[in-house]
Design a protein around this ligand. Structure first.
Ligand code: SF4
Ligand code: SF4
Length: 327
C-alpha cells in the first residue's frame, strides 16, 4: 500500500461528507482509518467506528499524494475482530439463507437463454422492483433482448464493505457460473457495476453506458436536479456525471445542475444498514439543498441513492424510469 506518502495536508478530512455531518463526529476520519491505522495503530482500537464511512471515494480524489484510502480502509475492515453491527448481521443472515441482502420481491424472471444478462442487484430485486421492470422494458424497446436470472445472487460488494471477504468470494464463484453463460452483462446499480469490473474482471456496463448515443425522449415534466452516484463518478469514471446529464438533456428533461450534485447521499459503504441515523442525516442535508433549489425532484442512476434520498420525502426517480426510445 502507499500510506507512507501522507503529507498530513488535511485535504481528505475537509471533503469527507461523514466528518462534515453533525452525526459523523464519531468517525475517526480517512487519515486515521486509511493512513495511521495501517502503520501505527492497533487494528481494534478504532473498533466499529471504522465502519462509519460510505466509501464515497471523495477523500481519495482530494489526496494530493494519490493514497488509495478506500482500499486501505477496506483492508482495515477485513482485519477487524469487532462484532458486526445489527444491520450488518441481518444482511449476512439474509445472504446465508437466500443469497441476497434483502428479501426478493421480484418475480418477473426472464430465462430464455439470451446472450445478454440484465443484473438488477439485491435492491432492484427486493426494494425497487418497479425500477427493474422499467429498465427491462427500456432495454427491450431498444432491441436488447436479455435474461433476468433467478440464479444470480448478490454481487458481494456489501460483504466486502464489512470485511466478510470469504463470503464475498463464495458468491463470486457461484455468480461466475451464471455469468459464464452470457456475452454481455448490464446493471442498473453502480455498486454492482464497480464490483463486477474490479473483483470479477467482467466488463459489466451500467445502464447509462448503454443509453449513451441512443435516441430517447423524456416521460417527465418539470425541473429536475441530479444525484450523481459516488460509484459512478468516482468509481467508474468522472465522465459518467456528464453522461447522465447529457442523456437526460438530449431526451428533453429539464435539468438543474448544482455544484454538490455529486456529494455522497450517505447510502453506501454499509452506512445505511449499519448506521441508519447518520445515513438519514446525510441524505437530509442533500434534500434540503434540492428543496432550496425549488426543483420538482431528483433523478439519479442508483437504487441506493433513490432509496436513501427518497426516505427524506423528496421525489426521486432513476434514469431508467424517466426516458423511452423515440418512436
Ligand atoms: S470514502 Fe468518503 S466517507 Fe469514507 S472517509 Fe473517504 S470521504 Fe469520508
Ligand atoms: S489528503 Fe492524503 S496526504 Fe493529505 S492528509 Fe489526507 S491522506 Fe494524507
Amino acid at each position: 500500500m502507499n500510506e507512507g506518502r501522507c503529507v498530513k495536508c488535511g485535504s481528505c478530512l475537509r471533503v469527507c461528507p461523514v466528518l462534515n455531518d453533525p452525526l459523523g463526529e464519531q468517525f475517526p476520519g480517512p487519515r486515521t482509518t486509511g493512513v495511521d491505522a495501517a502503520r501505527f495503530l492497533e487494528r481494534d482500537s478504532i473498533g466499529q467506528n471504522a465502519l462509519r464511512c460510505t466509501m464515497c471515494h471523495a477523500c481519495e480524489w482530494a489526496c494530493p499524494s494519490g493514497i488509495t484510502l478506500t482500499r486501505s480502509m477496506l483492508k482495515l475492515r477485513s482485519e477487524m475482530s469487532a462484532e458486526w453491527l445489527p444491520g450488518h448481521r441481518k444482511m449476512v443472515e439474509n445472504i446465508t439463507s437466500f443469497g441476497r441482502t434483502v428479501s426478493t420481491e421480484f418475480s418477473g424472471w426472464v430465462e430464455n437463454g439470451e446472450r445478454t444478462l440484465y443484473f438488477p442487484g439485491c435492491i432492484g430485486l427486493g426494494r425497487s422492483t418497479g425500477l427493474t421492470l422499467s429498465v427491462s422494458s427500456l432495454l427491450t424497446s431498444l432491441g436488447i433482448k436479455h435474461d433476468i436470472s433467478s440464479q444470480a445472487m448478490c454481487c458481494g460488494s456489501p460483504l466486502i464493505k464489512i470485511g466478510a471477504l470469504d463470503m464475498a468470494d463464495d458468491l463470486r464463484r457461484r455468480n461466475m457460473e451464471v455469468f459464464s453463460r452470457y456475452d454481455r452483462v448490464i446493471t442498473s446499480c453502480p455498486g454492482c457495476t464497480y464490483q463486477l469490473r474490479e473483483v470479477y474482471g467482467i466488463e459489466a456496463e451500467h445502464l447509462i453506458e448503454v443509453l449513451k448515443g441512443t435516441d430517447l425522449r423524456s416521460k417527465l415534466e418539470g425541473r429536475w436536479a441530479l444525484q450523481v452516484p459516488c460509484h459512478l463518478k468516482r468509481g467508474l469514471s468522472p465522465w459518467t456525471a456528464e453522461s447522465l446529464a447529457s442523456i437526460l438533456e438530449g431526451a428533453g428533461v429539464s435539468i438543474v445542475r448544482m455544484p454538490e450534485e455529486d456529494s455522497c447521499c450517505g447510502g453506501g459503504g454499509g452506512m445505511l444498514s449499519g448506521f441508519p441515523e447518520t445515513s438519514s442525516s446525510m441524505a437530509g442535508n442533500k434534500v434540503d439543498m434540492y428543496r432550496r433549489a425549488g426543483v420538482d425532484g431528483v433523478i439519479t442512476a442508483c437504487p441506493f441513492c433513490s432509496l436513501n434520498l427518497g426516505r427524506e420525502g423528496i421525489k426521486v426517480l432513476d434514469i431508467g424510469e424517466v426516458i423511452a426510445p423515440k418512436r
